[in-house]
Design a protein around this ligand. Structure first.
Ligand code: NAD
Length: 508
């Protein structure tokens, strides 16, 4: 443990709002003295009172004793002036997200604090180097980005600027561990790591919606049930509020010099401008009644619903494992598997990264009888299928019945290269690979950060490795070939590893 860390006893908090309060609580619980200051009179006192309420809840749950509560509260000292924090060993700025205010605060802290004091900002997205612009002792300035709600979220991003000293970084890593958090080290830049990598989670869902591949409810459901994500992107945006998500997403797009991977959609902007801000306004990507999202049922024409199983079908898959899945399903349902496609008979195909039309053209089969199904995601939880424009109702209904014949839910989407889950996951992993190429953090930090900081079921590199780096590259390359847009260009990191079949965590 670094010497500086050993000397951290007193922590100053500037800003006693949602984050300052939470950070003060976890520091005091870990045994640190805490000085709490807010620009608004009474706020620091009120925050201490609300920390007391939070501690009482912990007592109710049997996680704390009353003696603990008293000891913790005795370590929290509301202050009336910023000067009262000048003797602290570490000062954490958690004032409102405003660059000018943060710059002035850091100028005052840098001028007033003792030489050894470490100064950090809990900013969500403003680069630390920019906040430190008016200071002179920049080696002691870093970022310490907590997640909301602070007492519950394990992750802390320790953000290192090009001039933050190694000993300050070591102290912050040790301090974060001492207050019970899992720190990851991240290079300074717009959005840091979690806020940056999480953008693909939103932007690819927005793109799917813009192209009318499926409704927000179906996109969310497939991402949850086939992808294993706890919540779908539209549910998350509606929960945090479009007024919170949209500006930060737009800022990252602009700060990255209009990197097309971060591009939003005009449909999203329209909702924001209309004041449809999500749950809080009763309308966002979903409409809410009594706090519940209203999901319109998908109407299925009568003729499609009443067709039974096909007598026979021709099967094709890009991977042998996919062909085994299709064959086993057909046999179980008593469907005869043909050796060659036959006119008018269902062709059930399982492409990787491509849409149905591309497969039909490659194989020279009938577009009117072909249906594609995703065998990479959701085979046993939620199957996704799609067809060419102009597909005939009968083969489509046959496919629908066959795919649901063993009780698994099967949903139809419009033709899309990579269905929903293949492209959604591949785009997230491709962005994570780009962040690796930029040296933003280690592979471990990236995987950990997205699991602990954003509730991803797997880290984005882990998820890529589970598919295989070659497969991820195949999907991203197919998207790029189809759309011919830079947004889908494979990251150099992915290209090198995918071409060699190496793990995406393999260092340069
Ligand atoms: P908040 O609005 O709840 O609290 C901010 C507090 O800062 C207010 O009490 C305000 O009076 C005080 N303040 C404003 N100017 C000040 C000044 N000059 N000196 C001292 N206090 C001042 O905001 P929050 O959600 O706690 O966010 C605080 C910081 O943490 C922001 O930079 C935000 O981006 C970041 N952050 C927020 C979240 C989140 O989910 N809320 C998550 C991570 C990081």
């Amino acid at each position: 443990m670094s010497e500086l860390m050993n000397s951290i006893r007193c922590v100053g908090l500037v800003g006693a709002g949602t984050m300052g309060r939470g950070i003060a609580q976890v520091c005091a619980q870990a045994g640190f003295e805490v000085k709490l200051f807010d620009a608004l009179p009474q706020v620091a006192q009120q925050s201490k009172a609300s920390i007391e309420k939070a501690l009482l809840k912990l007592i109710e749950k049997g996680r704390l004793t009353d003696d603990d509560r008293q000891a913790i509260l005795s370590r929290i000292h509301p202050c009336e002036a910023l000067d009262n924090l000048f003797q602290c060993d570490l000062v954490i700025e958690a004032a409102i997200e405003n660059l000018e205010i943060k710059r002035e605060l850091f100028k005052s802290l840098d001028e007033g604090c003792k030489e050894q004091t470490i100064l950090v900002s809990n900013t969500s997205a403003i680069p630390i180097s920019s906040i430190a612009a008016l200071t002179t002792h920049r080696q002691r300035i870093a970022g310490l980005h907590f997640m909301n709600p602070v007492p519950l979220m394990k992750l802390v991003e320790v953000i290192q600027t090009p001039v933050t000293s190694a000993s300050v970084v070591q102290s912050l890593l040790a301090f974060s561990a001492a207050i019970g958090k899992t720190p990851i080290l991240v290079k300074d830049g717009p959005g840091f790591l979690v806020g940056n990598c999480a953008r693909a989670f939103y932007t690819e869902a927005l793109r799917l919606l813009k192209e009318c591949i499926a409704s927000p409810a179906l996109i969310d459901r497939i991402i949850r049930e086939a992808g294993g994500y706890r919540m779908g992107p539209f549910e998350v945006i509606d929960l945090v509020g479009l007024d919170v998500n949209y500006p930060s997403s737009k800022a990252l797009f602009e700060d990255s010099f209009f990197e097309p991977r971060y591009q939003l959609t005009s449909g999203y902007k329209l909702l924001v401008e209309a004041g449809f801000l999500g749950r809080k306004t009763g309308m966002g990507f979903y409409r809410y009644e009594d706090g519940q999202a209203v999901i319109e049922p998908v109407s299925v024409p009568e003729a499609q619903m009443n067709t039974g199983l096909p007598r026979s079908a021709w099967l094709w898959a890009e991977k042998s494992s996919g062909l085994e899945m299709l064959t086993s399903l057909a046999k179980k349902a008593g469907v005869v598997v043909l050796k060659e496609p036959s006119p008018g008979v269902l062709c059930l195909v399982a492409p990787i990264g491509r849409d149905t039309v591309s497969v039909v053209k490659q194989l020279g089969i009938d577009p009117g009888s072909t249906v594609a199904v995703d065998t990479l995601y959701g085979w046993s939880s939620h199957r996704t299928f799609m067809a060419c424009p102009g597909v005939r109702p009968e083969p489509l209904a046959h496919a629908r019945t066959l795919l649901a014949s063993d009780g698994v839910v099967a949903s139809q989407i419009n033709d899309s290269p990579g269905f929903i889950m293949q492209r959604f996951q591949a785009v997230i992993t491709n962005l994570a690979c780009d962040l690796m190429q930029q040296g933003l953090a280690s592979a471990d930090a990236l995987n950990q950060g997205m699991k602990l900081g954003f509730n991803f079921p797997q880290g984005p590199l882990e998820a890529g490795d589970a598919l295989g780096s070659e497969t991820v590259l195949t999907i991203v390359q197919a998207l790029y070939d189809f759309y011919e847009e830079d947004r889908y260009r494979p990251s150099p990191w992915l290209k090198r590893r995918g071409r060699l079949g190496l793990s995406l965590t393999t260092p340069d």
